[in-house]
Design a protein around this ligand. Structure first.
Ligand SMILES: CSC[C@H]1O[C@H](OP(=O)(O)O)[C@H](O)[C@@H]1O
Ligand SMILES: Nc1ncnc2[nH]cnc12
Length: 292
């Protein structure tokens, strides 16, 4: 049995989690770098929660400057088994209007300037990303939204751009034509790294705008996004609170194996592995490396 620890990553507009009891800031060091902010550990009901502000209080970090490896590694070290991201996003669908919550289930990674794996020279691993979110965790998020009367659309494809500039009209139209649902700048490589770290991942994407493709809406601005975000943040925090209160004490085994993604992923022969890299992988891959 593995005790469930619920991680929450707060994105734009969500820099804290009200209702977290017995909060302590934990100073976890990572060999991968510096996390976005100090992790906050506390409880909601009987569930242990670890909260991380992705851009830090004051929105100090741009999507490119976030050290996604340090964030995921620290969450793993803090014992997180299940991780929910709360994110702002633009929409490519008329029916996904600003204010809509989308529980995305696919990602397209168009980022270019981010370290996107814990593995590499000296320890090569290939995990499956065919199904990037953990279905049971998404079910729990959907149930929490329903219980709080928050409308949430299940399923959708999130394209992750590098940013920080928003898309050109041609890019926006091409993403729309490709059938993508929403766009943001942060869920990749976060979801890939969570998978490598065997943490079940789900993302709640809160639509703040229609990007720039919509003929009846002006191109997106930060001012508009912040206005919608402020309205959404209260709902997102309510959703997270309910999710936590109803969360099981034991981590539920993931039906698609996101919590044991490394079982058959490491290809480098034991005697060809780099001890320095193995040292850095102690948290992320400790489960499989210890038994090797
Ligand atoms: C402030 S709008 C652009 C910004 O918001 C989203 O971040 P997050 O996913 O952390 O909520 C988007 O990806 C951009 O980073
Ligand atoms: N239109 C958009 N493009 C990229 N990231 C976003 N975050 C919120 N709205 C966005």
């Amino acid at each position: 049995m593995t005790k469930a620890v619920l991680g929450i990553i707060g994105g734009s507009g969500i820099y804290d989690l009200p209702g977290l009891e017995g909060v302590e800031e934990i100073d976890i060091r990572s060999p991968w770098g510096t996390p976005s902010s100090r992790l906050k550990r506390g409880r909601i009901g009987t569930t242990e929660i670890v909260f991380l502000s992705r851009h830090d209080v004051g929105h100090r970090l741009s999507p490119t400057d976030i050290d996604y490896r340090a964030n995921i590694d620290c969450l793993k070290r803090a014992g997180v088994t299940d991780l929910v991201s709360l994110s702002a996003c633009g929409s490519f669908k008329e029916e996904l209007a600003p204010g809509t919550f989308v529980l995305v289930d696919q990602f397209v990674d168009r980022t270019t300037r981010r370290a996107s794996s814990f593995f590499g020279r000296g320890c090569v691993a290939h995990v499956s990303m065919a199904h990037p979110v953990a279905p049971k965790l998404v079910e729990r998020v959907a149930a929490a939204a329903a219980a709080e009367g928050i409308a949430a659309v299940k399923g959708g494809t999130y394209v992750c751009m590098e940013g920080p500039q928003f898309s050109t009209l041609a890019e926006s139209l091409s993403y729309k034509a490709a059938g993508y649902d929403v766009i943001g700048m942060t869920n990749m490589p976060e979801a890939k790294l969570a998978r490598e770290a065997e943490i079940s991942y789900a993302s709640v994407c809160m639509v703040t705008d229609y990007d720039c493709w919509h003929p009846d809406h002006d191109a997106v601005t930060v001012t508009d996004i912040i206005r919608v975000l402020t309205e959404n943040a209260e709902k997102a925090k309510r959703l997270a609170g309910r999710l936590a209160r109803d969360f099981p004490a034991e981590h539920e085994r993931c039906p698609i194996g996101s919590d044991r993604a490394l079982d058959h992923a490491i290809i480098t022969a034991p005697d060809a592995r780099d001890p320095l890299l193995l040292g850095k992988l102690d948290a992320v891959a400790g489960r499989v490396l210890k038994s090797a």
